[in-house]
Ligand binder design. Structure first.
Ligand SMILES: NC(=O)c1ccc[n+]([C@@H]2O[C@H](COP(=O)([O-])OP(=O)(O)OC[C@H]3O[C@@H](n4cnc5c(N)ncnc54)[C@H](O)[C@@H]3O)[C@@H](O)[C@H]2O)c1
Length: 347
């Protein structure tokens, strides 16, 4: 193998997971890390043996000729940091949600086009054996013509870092819809072939987290539950639900149903845990037969390994910036409709 792909990781929360996954790839090397928090910089630097540590992306870019930058900061900084890294000639793997709005997402995609660099979004729920096995089946036509999807992520009580940036709208862009819903939305759209959103009807509520935040005297101004109904230009319909708090028994409940003219599928977590299974239901002869998918034992690369593989091979990567913008258009539409009480037209 020739020279390794040089990587810098910005934001060392889930960014530690990016480092661990890049380290699995023989063709990649994490040469620098960046975080505004000095204690995290030294802890993570020591943990992974990375000596180049920076408190700003600008300093990191000035000191190293990097091929790839991973952005894993609070959502507010995704767009500006991605654009800065692209302009410095780096490919970017940006965490989900790609940005605070579709307008910001479009600017990221335009910059990637202008600079001729890649932009990938970490829609990590695609990079699972169960998801990739399903996608293979869908692409082979088992569902026929897809017309409906229902995708859900509910938590009984799971407000990330309660009192921190996740619940402060000017830093996060929103609550569980933009945090969790984004994953289930991408998964459904990907399986549906990424249709174009036309109109969105949505509602958002804050019945459980707001009183809890008041009692705990912490800042919180996001929804704790949101729901959206999306109509697509191709004629399909999708329903999306996401919550950080809801009166239901499971700690985590994730489920995505897709219906087509020949079959239906479900992708869901098992027992409220981060374990997943999927089934396809298709008509066979005169009986409606539930078929289990068997090929879940394939080894799949993480999003980080996939990104490096594609750069090295010069082939297209999954989870593009353009797909990220469609996700943001739908999220924008749900928030807009929730605020206005009217359907939002997606343009
Ligand atoms: N794909 C997934 O499954 C997944 C999982 C968790 C989080 N995320 C996403 O990753 C992002 C980070 O989430 P987290 O849970 O790691 O948050 P976090 O708060 O734990 O970590 C964010 C880090 O970024 C640092 N930071 C803040 N501003 C910065 C800046 N301008 N430059 C450099 N560093 C800066 C903070 O000091 C902190 O260490 C979010 O966008 C979140 O939605 C994705």
């Amino acid at each position: 193998m020739g020279e390794k792909i040089k990587i810098g990781v910005v934001g060392l929360g889930i960014g530690r997971n990016h480092i661990a996954n890049y380290k699995k790839h023989a063709g990649a090397e994490v040469v620098a890390i960046c975080d505004t928090d000095e204690a995290k910089l030294s802890r993570v630097g020591d943990e992974h043996g990375i000596k180049n540590r920076y408190k700003s992306l600008g300093e990191m870019l000035a000191a190293h000729k990097l091929d790839v930058v991973s952005i894993a900061t609070p959502n507010k900084f995704h767009a500006p940091l991605t654009i800065e890294a692209l302009k410095a000639g780096c490919h970017v793997l940006c965490e989900k949600p790609m940005a605070m709005s579709a307008a910001e997402g479009r600017r990221m995609v335009e910059t990637a086009k202008k600079t001729g660099r890649r932009l990938m979004i970490n829609f990590s729920y695609r990079f699972m054996p169960v998801s990739l096995a399903l996608k293979e089946q869908v692409d082979a036509g088992v569902l026929g013509e897809v017309y409906f999807a229902r995708s859900i992520w509910h938590r009984r009580w799971g407000l990330p870092k309660f009192g921190g940036w996740f619940g402060i709208k000017k830093l996060s862009g929103g609550g569980p819809l933009i945090d969790l819903g984004v994953h289930r939305l991408d998964l459904a759209l990907w399986l549906m072939g990424y249709p174009k959103p036309a109109a969105v009807l949505g509602s958002a509520y804050d019945k459980l987290a707001a009183p809890a935040a008041k009692a705990a005297k912490v800042e919180f101004d996001c929804e704790d539950f949101a729901v959206g109904l999306v109509k697509f230009k191709e004629g399909m319909t999708l329903e999306l639900e996401a919550s950080w708090a809801a009166h239901r028994p499971e700690a985590e409940f994730m489920e995505t149903w897709i219906f087509g003219s020949k079959g239906g599928l479900v992708h869901r977590n098992v027992g409220g845990r981060y374990e997943f299974e999927a089934e396809i239901f298709a008509k066979e002869g005169n009986s409606r037969l539930a078929k289990r998918i068997v090929s879940f034992d394939q080894k799949v690369p993480s999003a980080m390994e996939h990104f490096v593989d594609c750069i090295l091979a010069g082939k297209p990567h999954m989870a593009t910036g353009e797909e990220g913008v469609k996700v943001m258009q739908i999220l924008d539409g749900i928030y807009k409709s929730a605020a206005t009480g009217k359907a939002a037209i997606v343009s």
